[in-house]
Design a protein around this ligand. Structure first.
Ligand code: ADP
Ligand code: MG
Length: 249
């Protein structure tokens, strides 16, 4: 079976001439089903660009992106949009919830765009909220939710349906460390169900939840190592590490 995500020789240059910015340089990266990869690196190193190119929100200048073995460059614009809606969940740095839609409407929007009828879409949305302990906030608007609740709604939107690839850009940025761990637990659990996840984080502790940490510097993936065990997360979730952390939710 093909990997949910494969980048082959991917480069992305913004602009041209002397002001051109090489945001990604010849990046190779494969993320297997069930695998969680953390991306770390200094500000401006290309982490967000890596995610937007992987999520087909931007086209690479060179190289190929494969989703489940399908080259994005070979797809029409419409097919690419469909694949993005069906298979890729994206959590943006600033959550990007629509203020005029309730929590459950925000979550089900990608399903409805994809032709799922309102009632089954709502059922799936409520199920996703239940898993995040937010069922009672289904009909609340984003400005009636706390930062942590908004974050969970954004995650639910990224995970609803048959998403195979989850891309999250600093999904814990605005959260305290406890909510941050909660987000990691959710991503971990999506991976256990077979999804692949790539998340950008500044926090080595949170990165320790990943199977693999990829370091980006000046647009290049410079190193890829298994994460160091994070002592606090190990303590919090027992001797076998974060993977067994659901029990104490
Ligand atoms: P990170 O997420 O690691 O902070 P980014 O991927 O956002 O880094 O940016 C990588 C480089 O590309 C930076 O130099 C940034 O200024 C530049 N860049 C990002 N997006 C654009 C854009 N839309 N137009 C021009 N330059 C951009
Ligand atoms: Mg960024």
């Amino acid at each position: 079976m093909s990997a949910p995500l494969e980048l082959r020789g991917v480069s992305k240059t913004y602009g041209a001439g002397p002001s051109a910015v090489r945001a990604l340089v010849d990046v190779d990266l494969t993320v297997a089903a069930g695998e969680m990869v953390a991306v770390m690196g200094p500000s401006g190193s290309g982490k967000s660009t890596l995610l937007t190119v992987a999520g087909s929100l931007e086209e690479p200048t060179a190289g190929q992106v494969f989703i489940e073995g399908t080259a994005l460059s070979g797809l029409s614009r419409d097919d690419r949009a469909r694949l993005r809606r069906r298979h890729i969940g994206y959590v943006f740095q600033d959550f990007n919830l629509l203020a005029g839609l309730t929590a459950v409407e925000n979550i089900t929007m990608p399903l409805e765009l994809d032709g799922v009828k309102a009632r089954p879409a709502r059922r799936a949305g409520l199920r996703a909220l239940e898993e995040l302990d937010l069922a009672d906030r289904a009909d609340s608007f984003p400005d009636e939710l706390s930062g942590g609740q908004r974050q969970r709604v954004a995650l639910a939107r990224a995970l609803v349906g048959e998403r195979r690839l989850l891309l999250a850009d600093e999904p814990t940025g605005a959260l305290d460390s406890r909510s941050g761990e909660g987000v990691m637990r959710l991503i971990r659990s999506a991976c256990r169900d077979g999804a692949a996840a790539v998340l950008v984080t500044h926090d080595a502790q949170l990165a320790s939840w990943a199977d693999r940490v990829v370091f980006v510097r000046d647009g290049e993936v410079v190193d890829s190592t298994p994460p160091l065990p994070g002592p606090e997360s190990l303590l919090a979730s027992g001797p076998t590490g974060p993977q067994s952390g659901e029990a104490d939710r």
